[in-house]
Design a protein around this ligand. Structure first.
Ligand code: HAX
Length: 430
């Protein structure tokens, strides 16, 4: 038995009992309400989900299992995976055991490459990634064990198997998508001596003589790993998982949501906006030029990508981490210089627009400029990187949900007529 499975086998029954006890003793306690504006407004702020892997207080940003992300930036993504699943960082022995386990599971089935090759040459890289994940569904341990009559108590264990099998293969699949989609030549085989993030850089085949791109990749994979469970990708993944669809279905469903421009695709849009700006002003623009361009963007009815957030009301600490990395490793790069200048200028422009609740940068504002610096210039690919990382969170949330025995998700919808009737009732009884 792997050390991770051993640890979860100890922890999960305790967590399950805690949740059962809370529900039995305090199940009637009201923790939130839902106004008409919230029902029409994407349920913003309605507390109706439970996520124990991470939380996002609006004034602080991402906290993973009690530790603010700013304190985790030096950790490897594999350590973050362990933390998300168990609540603790791994010991050295546990970490090595997890790395060895992932290596054993890393081989991508040959049919995946055949399917990707058969796709249209101009498919979006996110479509290729999600197709690859979905086509591997026949490997699902959960489905095989479910069909054989697995007991409910074991669901988490079979889901963990699927999670580790998928996570182990994702860097190779994602690197393969990059090389095939952008005509980079043959696939680069994995180097089993490397950690998960460095091996991903190696398989992308982008030269990294200084090792700084691998450093960025580890940071990138750590920062994007999880962001509680109300965001589109996590909530979609969790909803599909709740129907006992296996993780191949649930993860690809969640990542399809990540492919939207208001969510994970913003990183691609954001770099496009920065490059457009540099082109328009023949190099890194002045603050006055940036202000003018941001105002033009708003006036044309477009959003300024990378800015604003549905939950956060401060600068995203993940953006801060990227900015610090850029200052250390990318100083003088004109694209990074613009990213930094946008941060100095754009929040003041957005603050002038009353309806915008959060004028501050989110994670997507900073990442693209850094990837571009290290030679990953094909920005339609950026959401694939985000997906590789977010798989850690979506998969961990699925294992935890199965461990707790959570039921199928099924909130209640109402019609506009019903809402109108409620309004009339409230007026006549007032
Ligand atoms: N530029 C222009 N307008 C913006 C804006 C921005 N950066 N941020 C918010 N607004 C607008 C909204 O479009 C909305 O306008 P309408 O009422 O006319 O539709 C209004 O301000 C109120 O929005 P909000 O309440 O402040 O924000 P929401 O919770 O509705 O939306 C978004 C949050 C992240 C979708 C939004 O801020 C946005 O579109 N930002 C730009 C895209 C982006 O960076 N997305 C990535 C977010 C992080 C993430 O999920 N990464 O994966």
């Amino acid at each position: 038995m792997s050390k991770l499975r051993e640890r979860l086998a100890e922890r999960i029954p305790v967590a399950r009992d805690t949740v059962k006890k809370i529900q039995k003793e305090h199940g009637d306690k009201v923790i939130s309400q839902c106004t008409i504006a919230q029902a029409y407004g994407g349920m913003r702020g309605v507390k109706s989900l439970v996520c124990d892997t991470s939380e996002v207080p609006p004034d602080k940003g991402l906290i993973i299992r009690g530790t603010p992300i700013a304190q985790l930036t030096e950790k490897l993504p594999e350590e973050i995976l362990w933390l998300l699943l168990t609540g603790d960082l791994p010991t050295k022995a546990e970490f090595e055991d997890l790395q060895a386990d992932l290596r054993k599971r890393a081989k991508v089935p040959e049919y995946v490459w055949a399917v990707l090759k058969a796709m249209p040459a101009d498919s979006h890289p996110m479509v290729m990634l999600n197709t690859a994940i979905l086509v591997m569904e026949k490997e699902s341990v959960f489905r095989q064990r479910y069909d054989a009559g697995m007991k409910k108590d074991e669901y988490w264990d079979a889901t963990l198997e699927d999670a580790l099998n998928i996570i182990a293969k994702l860097p190779a699949v994602a690197a393969g998508v990059y090389r095939m989609r952008f005509n980079k030549g043959p696939l680069v085989p994995s180097d089993p001596k490397l950690d998960w993030g460095a091996d991903y850089v190696h398989m992308l085949g982008i030269p990294d003589k200084t090792g700084n791109f691998a450093k960025l990749m580890r940071l990138y994979l750590t920062l994007h790993s999880d962001h509680e469970s109300g965001n589109v990708s996590a909530m979609t993944g969790a909803t599909v998982n709740s129907a006992l669809s296996d993780l191949y279905y649930a993860l690809s469903a969640g990542l399809n949501g990540l492919a939207g421009p208001l969510h994970g695709l913003a990183n691609q849009e954001c770099l496009a906006w920065i490059l457009e700006t540099n082109k328009k002003f023949n190099g890194s623009p002045t603050s006055a030029q940036l202000k003018q361009y941001a105002e033009e963007t708003l006036a044309s009815g477009r959003v300024v990508p990378g800015y604003g957030h549905a939950v956060l009301r401060v600068t995203d600490p993940r953006f801060d981490a990227f900015l610090a990395f850029g200052k250390k490793y990318c100083a003088g790069d004109p694209v990074f210089e613009t990213v930094a200048k946008v941060f100095d200028t754009v929040p003041d422009v957005l603050k002038q627009v009353q309806k915008i609740k959060d004028p501050w940068p989110n994670v997507d504002a900073g990442s693209g400029g850094l990837l571009y610096h290290f030679g990953l210039t094909e920005f339609p690919y950026y959401t694939v990187l985000f997906s590789v990382s977010r798989a850690l969170g979506i998969c961990s949330q699925a294992v935890v949900a199965r461990g707790m025995g959570l039921p199928i998700t099924r909130p209640k919808s109402v019609t506009t007529k019903w809402i109108q009737a409620e309004i009339t009732k409230a007026v006549t009884t007032a």
